[in-house]
Design a protein around this ligand. Sequence first.
Ligand code: PRX
Length: 666
Amino acid sequence: MSNTASNNIESVLVENRVFPPSEAMVRQARISGMAAYDALCAEAERDFTGFWGRLGRENVQWDKPFTQVLDESNAPFYQWFADGELNASANCLDKHMGTAVENKTAVIFEADDGTVTKTTYRELLVRVSQFANALKAEGIQKGDRVLIYMPMTLEGVIAMQACARIGATHSVVFGGFSAKALNERIIDAGAVAVITSNFQMRGGKELPLKAIIDEGIAMGGCESIKTVFVYERTKTACNMVASRDKTFAEAIQGQSSDCPPVSVGAEHPLFILYTSGSTGKPKGVQHSTGGYLLWAKLTMDWTFDLKPEDVFWCTADIGWITGHTYVAYGPLAAGATQIIFEGIPTYPNAGRFWQMIERHKCSIFYTAPTAIRSLIKAAEGDAAVHPDRSNLDSLRILGSVGEPINPEAWMWYYKNVGHERCPIVDTFWQTETGGHMMTPLPGATPLVPGSCTLPLPGIMAAIVDETGNDLPNGAGGMLVVKRPWPSMIRTIWNDPERFKKSYFPEEMGGTIYLAGDGAVRSADRGYFRITGRIDDVLNVSGHRMGTMEIESALVAKSDLVAEAAVVGRPDDLTGEAICAFVVLKRSRPTGEEAKQIANELRNWVAKEIGPIAKPKDIRFGDNLPKTRSGKIMRRLLRSIAKGEAITQDTSTLENPAILDQLAEKL
Ligand code: PRX
């Protein structure tokens, strides 16, 4: 936890507009009206384990029913439904066989070039089973870890489901991460296989994936990898290592389309997903099978009010938690028809999302504020890509995720996409929470732009001070969750101590989950508004980046960089932008030379972590602002990054003159 926490938490904006749900929306909703929401919350308050036990039985198909709902004896290593057994893939696919869902379209896939393919639940089961058999044929079994580095295609979901089917734990790495990042994750997870693709198609361009895997493995320490499966997304050949690499076609050849799902314990790790924390090393967030699946399925019903005829579209990549819970598992467990889109929102033009909503009659659309903001900008500049050009009448619910949505973007989304008919569910959650934590319910909660409103029933969220005392409405503080919930992180892979330290601070008693975000509740309704991270984590275009991670990458360029400090600054489009202050081992560069070195450093960071971590601004100084005890004064750097005049006390600063140097833009 950063010791500047309390300084970052302010309650600034007051939003008075309120949008109650229409009567029609309330009438048809699964959770209909606030009284129904309150009743569920009361049930959870009254009988916490009874509540979760009921939901666990109603929403998950168990091979062996659980007898204990929650085991808190080893807190904060909470266990849910621990003696129950199930299979996640069976809960997403087999469960629907023999029902009306069997021949329903599971996935409408739209490729980058616009080609559309539809796959039914029955067909998906066949493909997942065949690929699961291919994994087994390579000796992969329950408990093994498999790294997935795939484009946003149906095959990515098939890879995840196939792992789940045989009880292998997958770890998906987003296609924008570098060879070095892959190498670290393969080693940390001890992965036995990689599932990748020769190339990925994005915005009409063919970009390599397999070559980056090869480079990552060649960096050493990856002897655990026995097989690399290569999906041939395009016809262009890629390097294949004879004894190790297999194309998908080779792997599934002759494999049966029947693969009995392997029962696993509810606490069996379904996946590990690496995310950024406040130290240099990414954390392998470990999720369970039973509790995770329950929440993935149930939040589809509650938050999105999913109906059999809905066409659901979550635009997140499977490399992020949103693409796990609301693409690979939740929609399938709930029997939804969903859209999977390979490409980018601006290709061939920035009207692509709106055109796709019309084309596929999408009824629930879930995306990130950063995408909305960039599409607003595009629509304002070019009427041809405005949402008005598409028929959006099929929409009934809109969603937002990943970062705070500013009220201006919210209003635009509400008016221009939802035509003031569609509630916006602003869902607050995290990689660690597995699924939604706080969100409006479409048929119950009056909406306030920019607020994620209230916790879902059973989620005991609160705002506290540094010692865990509750704060009154209107006072900014730290967001915590006071009781465990089924889909919560179980541990950090290979690092249980870091798990305890990061999320369950001793100062608060060691059993309360600390989200790492600041929040404030409104005085009138008690609605939550997230004010941003209180640790050294940035949110750039909804992608989570650790400042320390970028600093470590910069100083790893040891021939050039002596010291680096990274902070975030607000950015209209990406939410936050990365700003790096760098001290070189040589004299401070200026002019063209400074620009050239800055570019070199940006490319270096892209190689070390991935293009998503490239600093937007780089400033050079002879030194960094430090206190006499040598601590970098990050607050000052944040002000400089924002272009603010320095009003803070600088009397403890060793060398005040460097502030002017650092303020100089390249
Ligand atoms: O700061 C919060 C922000 O995103 C962080 C979690 O990032 P990640 O683990 O990558 O998961 C993103 C997708 C769930 C949070 O700590 N965040 C996420 N959703 C919201 C949000 N901030 C404000 N409002 C949201 N709806």
